[in-house]
Write a protein that binds this ligand. Structure first.
Ligand SMILES: [Zn+2]
Ligand SMILES: [Zn+2]
Length: 189
């Protein structure tokens, strides 16, 4: 069965070099829907408690929220980093708390201290789906990702058959850690 969850991501970006209005810096509220395929966990009668999928995804994806997302070759990047540097906020401030762990994949690098994500490709809705799958595929059995931003939307389905089933706690339904222990209630496999 599938379990799904939705996350809101507010971000600024632009399509560098695009011949249209989107080449100017602008913002969106993006809505990401993640569908996860797995067996029903008999103990809790759920695939995943829904907030668990959200928690796993949000831990990484909050780096995109209230962030600036720029392509690696965009000249705005050094310009903005220069301003942040001068202002003393490039390496973070005590108020910058919505940080996930910094990540680097082939498609995107997060700099949580400056609320910046640098992408290899233009960050379209299609591009975002590729980035999100790459970041979460080892954590969740992703069946489908849908991303909408303004009037644009894209969706992609994934084959979950080869994906390995992940052990979950029969008492709370959340993923067991690498030692087979539930991080929430302490249950041991
Ligand atoms: Zn846009
Ligand atoms: Zn538990």
């Amino acid at each position: 069965m599938r379990s799904f969850t939705t996350l809101d991501l507010q971000y600024a970006h632009r399509f560098y070099g695009f011949k249209g209005e989107a080449q100017y810096l602008h913002g969106h509220t993006g809505i990401l829907t993640l569908e996860v395929e797995d067996t029903i966990n008999a103990g809790v009668n759920m695939v995943f408690p829904c907030n668990e999928v959200k928690n796993i995804a949000w831990d990484v994806l909050r780096n995109f929220d209230h962030a600036l997302i720029l392509r690696e070759d965009d000249p705005l990047l050094p310009a903005i980093l220069g301003v942040y540097e001068k202002q003393g906020i490039k390496n973070g401030t005590p108020q910058n708390k919505m940080k996930g762990p910094a990540f680097q994949t082939e498609l995107a690098t997060a700099y949580p201290e400056s609320r910046l994500v640098v992408t290899k490709e233009t960050m379209t809705v299609e591009g975002m789906i590729k980035i999100v799958y790459d970041l979460l595929k080892d954590k969740l059995n992703i069946a489908k990702i849908t991303f909408t931003s303004g009037v644009n939307g894209a969706t992609q389905e994934y084959c979950t058959e080869q994906q390995q089933e992940k052990d979950r706690c029969p008492l709370c339904g959340i993923l067991l850690n690498e030692n087979g222990v539930c991080p929430k209630c302490g249950y041991r496999k």
